[in-house]
Design a protein. Structure first.
Length: 382
C-alpha cells in the first residue's frame, strides 16, 4: 500500500479540498493517507470523519502571516522525513511550488494544479523541480506550458464527482419534499424561480456581471430571485470593499429583495436540487467543481466559456457565454427560464458526460497511475 502525504494550505472546504476528500474516500484500500494541514477547521473535521490521519502543518504563523519559503521548506522536510512516506502530493499550485523548492525531500513529489493564473519565473522554476504535475483540465495544462512548465511533467486528470450523492437528489426545481426548501428558508413562495450561484466572494468569480445580467431580465419574471452561496476568504481591503459593494445590491436598486447572499452552504446536493438554473459567471475557471456537481445533479447550467468549462459540457450540455458579456448572460438565463424543457434536455446530456468523463473510479485510477509513473521515473533516475 502506498504511503502518501497530502500537503494542504487551508482549513476551509472548497473545490480542491472537496476533490481530495472525494479521492480519499475511494482510496482506502490503495493509499495509506496522511494529510498535512492546519490543525483545526472544517477541512480537518471532514478528514477525521472519513478516518483520515491529519498531521498539523501550517505555512502561516500564529499571527496569520505567511512564513518565509525557506522556513516552510525546512519544516516540511523535517516532518516528511519523520513520517517516512513514499510520495508527497501538493494539493494546490501554491503547495506544489513548495515541493519544488524542497530539494532535500527524499521521496517522490506530485503537484496538483487547480488554478489558471500568471505566476513568476521563480514559481515556474520550482514547479519544474516537482517529479510530476497533475493539471485538472487541458486548459490548465496549456496555461502551465505557455508559462514555461515542461510539458512532459504535466498530466491532465479530470476531477471526479460521486454521482450517487447527486443522483439521490436529482433536480426538481424546488418542488416541495420532506426537507426544508431554500424557498421556505428565504420566505419565498414555492413557485419562486431561483437562479443559483456558488463560489467564493471574490473578483474572479464575476458576481457583478451576474447581477447586471439579472437586472436586465428581472422585470420579465416577477417571481425571480438570485441566491448566491459562498464566502469571502481574502483579507485584502479591496476584497472587503468588493463584498460590501455586492451586499449593497441586495438592499438598493433593481435587485432589492431579490438578491440573497446565504454564505457557505455545506449541503450542496440539496442546494443544486432546488434551483432552476446554476449561473457561473467566472472570469476564469480551470475546472469548476460546482459545475461538475450541477451536471451530476442534472441542474441546467449557464456559464462563461473560460478555462476548462467547455471540457465539462462540450457543445450541447450547457449554455456558455463569453466572460464579462452581460447581455449574453442575460439572454442565456432568459432562455433557460422560458424554455425549461430544452434546458432539461441539455442537463441530461451534462449528466451523461459526468458518467463517462468525470466518474470517481476514473479519477481514482488516473491518480494512482500518475503515482506509479512518477515512482518508475524516480527509480530510473537513481
Amino acid at each position: 500500500m502506498l504511503r502518501v502525504a497530502y500537503l494542504c494550505e487551508y482549513t476551509t472546504v472548497n473545490g480542491g479540498e472537496n476533490s481530495l476528500l472525494t479521492f480519499l474516500a475511494t482510496a482506502v484500500e490503495s493509499i495509506q493517507a496522511t494529510v498535512l494541514c492546519p490543525s483545526e477547521g472544517p477541512f480537518v473535521q471532514k478528514l477525521r470523519a472519513q478516518g483520515v490521519q491529519c498531521v498539523p502543518f501550517d505555512v502561516r504563523d500564529r499571527s496569520g502571516q505567511r512564513k518565509p519559503l525557506e522556513q516552510i521548506v525546512v519544516e516540511l522536510c523535517t516532518l516528511v522525513e519523520r513520517l517516512d512516506v513514499d510520495i508527497v502530493h501538493g494539493n494546490s499550485l501554491s503547495m506544489s511550488r513548495i515541493l519544488g523548492a524542497a530539494e532535500d525531500l527524499k521521496c517522490v513529489t506530485i503537484g496538483h494544479v487547480r488554478d489558471i493564473m500568471k505566476v513568476s519565473a521563480k514559481v515556474i522554476s520550482d514547479l519544474n523541480q516537482v517529479d510530476m504535475l497533475i493539471a485538472v483540465s487541458a486548459a490548465t495544462r496549456q496555461a502551465l506550458s505557455e508559462q514555461g512548465v515542461q510539458a512532459e511533467r504535466v498530466t491532465k486528470v479530470f476531477n471526479g464527482v460521486d454521482e450517487q450523492v447527486f443522483r439521490e437528489t436529482a433536480n426538481d426545481c424546488g418542488h416541495e419534499n420532506t426537507n426544508e426548501t431554500w424557498r421556505r428558508k428565504l420566505g419565498l413562495s414555492s413557485d419562486a424561480m431561483l437562479i443559483g450561484g456558488v463560489g467564493q466572494i471574490g473578483l474572479r468569480k464575476g458576481w457583478p456581471v451576474l447581477c447586471d445580467a439579472v437586472e436586465k431580465i428581472i422585470d420579465d419574471f416577477p417571481k425571480l430571485h438570485v441566491v448566491i452561496a459562498g464566502e469571502r476568504y481574502s483579507q485584502k481591503q479591496e476584497s472587503s470593499d468588493f463584498e460590501k459593494s455586492l451586499a449593497c445590491r441586495a438592499t438598493s436598486g433593481p435587485l432589492t429583495g431579490r438578491l440573497h447572499w446565504v454564505g457557505y452552504v455545506d449541503a450542496m446536493p440539496e442546494f443544486l436540487r432546488q434551483i432552476n438554473v446554476l449561473a457561473h459567471p467566472a472570469l476564469q475557471e480551470p475546472l469548476g467543481r460546482v459545475l461538475l456537481e450541477a451536471a451530476a445533479s442534472q441542474t441546467p447550467v449557464v456559464a462563461t466559456d473560460v478555462g476548462g468549462t467547455a471540457e465539462i459540457f462540450g457543445d450541447k450540455a450547457a449554455l456558455l457565454v463569453d466572460a464579462g458579456d452581460v447581455q449574453g448572460l442575460a439572454t442565456a438565463l432568459r432562455d433557460v427560464l422560458l424554455d425549461p424543457a430544452t434546458a432539461t434536455e441539455r442537463a441530461v446530456l451534462a449528466k451523461e458526460r459526468i458518467g463517462s468523463l468525470f466518474s470517481i473510479r476514473e479519477f481514482h485510477d488516473s491518480i494512482l497511475q500518475v503515482y506509479r509513473l512518477a515512482q518508475r521515473h524516480a527509480l530510473a533516475e537513481q
